[in-house]
Design a binder for this molecule. Sequence first.
Ligand SMILES: [Zn+2]
Length: 458
Amino acid sequence: MKYFSILIIALVSLSAFAGNNQATDSVKIKMIFDRALSEHYGINNLKYLTKSIGPRVAGSKNSLLAIKWSKKTLETLGLDTVYVQKCMVANWERKKDEISTIKSRKLGSKKIDVISLGGSISTPENGIDSQIIAVDSISDLQKLGTEKIAGKVVFFRRPMDHTYFRPGKAYGSNSELRVRGASAAAKYGAVAVIVRSLTMIQNDLPHTGIMRYDTTQPRIPAFAVSTNSADTLDKWLLDDPKLSVFLKSTTIIGEDVESANVIGEIKGSLYPDSIIIVGGHLDSWDVGEGAHDDGAGIIHSMESLRILLESGIKPKHTIRCVFFMDEEMNQRGGRKYAELAKIKNEKHLAAIESDGGGFNPSGFGMDASDEKLARFQSWVTLFKPYGVREFTKGGGGVDISFLKSLNVPLIGLSNDSQIYFDFHHSANDVLENVHERELQLGSAYIAALIYLLDKYGL
Ligand SMILES: [Zn+2]
């Protein structure tokens, strides 16, 4: 009986403690959200990054301006340390806008909207003028064989599957056409490829993105075509299977150049050697302004540290924001960060990445052990007042993925991604398409999660 009473008292005081903690946490988290939603620091910085600097392909002049500006901006926040971490990056550049026209003896000619894929070689100076052949998949190429494909331009016509609830899944299932399509078609003698843009929106804007050459195949130029133009191609090919296309592009692939990740940190008061990182990528494609991809992630990372500091929250662990370079092409920044973390034997409590745009957040996903996941998921109720949907198993980001081999729990910010691919890698990824409140909710979500990670660990 005595033990029973002690047990009851212990349980009651434990739950009172948990209740108190929860109340304190709710208050702190509200403070974080209040600040995020009522200050304009985040959107003003995104404005500078997108409008005064603009698109910033890794290795470009603009990417160097972005490094300089973001370092200087971090230095104004009152962090303990700000520094750059050098890395080499490839140097691919689009020199001129692409030109393309389809030509049919029956239907006449029509301009179509195309763009070179990232990493693609140029067409010859006089362009490419060839018959076009449509396929749905890479395996279709084998069925057609060299006889049907050699000397032609292969058009990968398959649209993204609109029935997926998560557009990212549809993107993932089509992305091999963009990434591997050129070399797969070159194997059968194709002279160029055109890939339907990886988006579900119908408009005239082509969406670029990385493509890769297989070193065993000849390199051929690779393009994306807007969804409207892809539909035109489909229609015209039905009426005239002998349809031809003219394509002209001017890109250069230069020598590797020096670039850098930009890092800022708040030193932990109790455990300075245990680090929580939050990051996004500083580079973008050369069309649009890289506002959602990944200007938003840069602002989320920068804002979460600023908000914690301004709210008077003194972290026990070191909180580090990392602006990674070169996510879009070769992830040299992410690789360099992990490589140095390993050499320095750094201990990371968790790594958070935001690279899904500045949309209304819905929660987080975490890639870690079930035990850590259970703790992480117990915090979801604290986000209920802010419209959280769920904290899911599985998540992270491309840049932080290299920390997986060091057993670092990886966390990605999740958001309402229905319209992300309307903008992604296209001329529409501009500041005007980012909503300040949605952007700032993302900053607050991350700041609140860092607060909890720092307080309770994983
Ligand atoms: Zn991105």
